[in-house]
Design a protein around this ligand. Structure first.
Ligand SMILES: Cc1cc2nc3c(=O)[nH]c(=O)nc-3n(C[C@H](O)[C@H](O)[C@H](O)COP(=O)(O)OP(=O)(O)OC[C@H]3O[C@@H](n4cnc5c(N)ncnc54)[C@H](O)[C@@H]3O)c2cc1C
Length: 503
């Protein structure tokens, strides 16, 4: 039995759980968080990775959500200019297309003016016969609108929230599953199991936060023993990654005949990310994977626009995740609300439970603030909102300071190749120097695991970011999985297993 009584115990190490834990720890609450796998191993590494208002949600009249999200774009960019950056989106259209030009223009006018846009440039119109953005597309698309949103490395945003929460005193436990939770008067008794060793532990907390994303209902039925729980609608979304379809730094927004939209986004220097789909999902979220039908859908939707079709054989990687949308009874998956809902349970004199339903990467910080308001109401206020003006670890440099950070890093470590220095600043920001230490040559970075992944980085990830397996390093802390062979990945796994034993 753990000695101390926590104020708040969070179930789930996705963006919402880690965001709430960080905000709460920063306000002085005593916080613990348990994640059954790796951070962001659920939905939070499977997104389209946009920090966006959600242009399409305007069609569903989700003005509250769109406004809050639009305002968050520049707040989050300032908090983490290494892992978040602005991106321009090219929305091609043609006469007789899915939506009339006036409707798109109206949507973009609202998008530009609903709030929060200070640094991001406004919407522009493009002549695609002249603009380089027209080059990879079919000649039919002679016109386009170009608007602003943001891009984020989703899995890193999660782990940086966890890191900062721990730096502010939270107890952060990956690979720890909550197996039961029961009320004992004004406190919760929570039992966890280490998913590697099987070891069980018991914790006590004044309040419990269920931020288990697509598992939020599973937690209520399995850990709390509740019957007939149905709060979220699970909606699968998949993405495919192909070799670069275009050189432009801008992304594309394509409208499909079924009224849906997909994005084609420049990804990891050498690739294009295409997605997403929207379909109801019934099985265990951990088993989600792209279906044949989705692959065909994405290839053909993108091929409607690109001169060179996107073929199945072009796909180098794909991923799939499940949106835990609050079930508002919408008939179509794509129409279910993307807004979040926070519900507190527990009568007077009973330990309270806060359930988190829905949410987006873009709104995680505001969701956390709203959660903290509810937490304050039931267990007593501590501190004040503070995250809007904070930096995530490594993000303490100006929003437009990326190039200067790269130059600084290259001046201090002249042996670094330019793409390597750029990648390190994108991943670690000002903390890149922590990882490189006193290295004077590439050999000082230790063993090379393939591409530009060296022992120094792996050790840093194990020591500071809880990386445990090769998949943690290759698919969540970085996307080096796109560059390493199967044998190289296996060698990394062996190395990490050996390092753990000798740690
Ligand atoms: C296809 C797709 C595209 C998206 N695109 C965008 C986008 O472009 N922009 C945007 O803003 N948002 C986007 N989203 C939404 C966003 O990704 C999600 O809203 C967000 O990641 C949900 O985070 P979460 O923390 O609620 O859930 P998760 O990330 O799933 O976290 C929940 C965690 O709880 C853990 N857990 C479950 N049960 C237990 C237990 N018993 N004990 C311990 N841990 C447990 C799980 O392992 C999991 O890691 C997208 C979502 C999808 C699916």
């Amino acid at each position: 039995m753990s000695e101390q009584i926590y104020d708040i115990f969070v179930i789930g190490g996705g963006i919402n759980g880690c965001g709430i834990a960080r905000d709460a720890a920063g306000r002085g609450y005593k916080v613990a968080l348990a994640e059954m796998n790796d951070f962001a191993s659920g939905t939070s590494s499977g997104a389209t990775k946009l920090i966006h208002g959600g242009l399409r949600y305007l069609e569903h009249y989700e003005f509250r959500l769109v406004r809050e999200s639009l305002m968050e774009r520049e707040v989050l960019w300032a908090m983490a200019p290494h892992i978040i950056w602005p991106m321009r989106f090219v929305l091609p259209y043609h006469k007789g297309g899915i939506r009339p030009a006036w409707l798109i223009r109206l949507g973009l006018f609202l998008y530009d003016h609903l709030g929060g846009r200070k640094l991001l440039p406004p919407t522009a119109t493009l002549d695609m016969k002249r603009d380089p953005a027209g080059k990879p597309l079919k000649a039919l698309f002679t016109k386009a609108f170009e608007y602003s949103d943001g891009w984020v490395d989703d899995a890193r945003m999660v782990v940086l929230n966890a890191r900062d929460a721990a730096d502010r005193g939270a107890t952060i436990m990956p690979r720890t599953k909550v197996i039961s939770a029961r009320r004992e008067g004004v406190t919760w008794t929570i039992e966890t199991q280490d998913t590697v060793t099987g070891e069980k532990r018991t914790f006590q907390s004044r309040m419990l936060i269920n931020a288990a994303g697509p598992w939020v209902d599973h937690v209520l039925s399995d850990a709390f023993g509740k019957n007939q729980v149905h709060n979220v609608r699970l909606v699968q979304g998949s993405h495919i990654i192909v070799r670069k379809k275009f050189d432009d730094p801008r992304a594309y927004f394509f409208q499909n005949p079924d009224n849906r939209i997909i994005f084609a986004i420049p990804y990891e220097q050498d690739f294009t990310l295409i997605g997403t789909t929207d379909r109801d999902y019934k099985d265990d979220p951990k088993d989600v994977k792209i279906s044949d039908e989705e692959t065909t859908y994405l290839c053909s939707a993108a091929s409607e626009y690109f001169k060179e079709p996107v073929r199945r054989e072009d796909i180098v990687w794909s991923y799939s995740a499940v949106r835990p949308l609050y079930d508002d009874g919408a008939s179509k998956a794509q129409e279910a609300t993307r807004d979040y809902v926070l519900k507190v349970e527990g009568a007077e004199g009973q330990a309270p439970l806060l359930n988190v339903f829905g949410g987006k990467l873009t709104t995680y910080r505001r969701l956390s603030e709203h959660a903290l308001e509810k937490i304050g109401e039931v267990i007593g206020l501590k501190g004040t909102p503070w995250t809007a003006k904070s930096s995530l670890p490594g993000g303490d440099f100006p929003v437009r300071g990326y190039e200067a950070e790269v130059a600084k890093l290259k001046a201090r470590y002249p042996f670094l190749a330019d793409p390597h220095a750029r990648r390190l600043v994108r991943r670690y920001g000002t903390r890149a120097a922590m990882l490189l230490g006193e290295a004077k040559t590439a050999a000082d970075l230790g063993r090379s695991f393939g591409s530009d992944l060296y022992e120094a980085e792996v050790r840093y990830l194990m020591a500071h970011e809880w990386a445990y397996t090769a998949a943690d390093v290759l698919w969540r802390r970085s996307k080096k999985g796109l560059y390493l062979s199967k044998d190289e990945a296996a060698a990394l796994d062996d190395y990490m297993a050996g390092t753990r034993v000798h740690a």
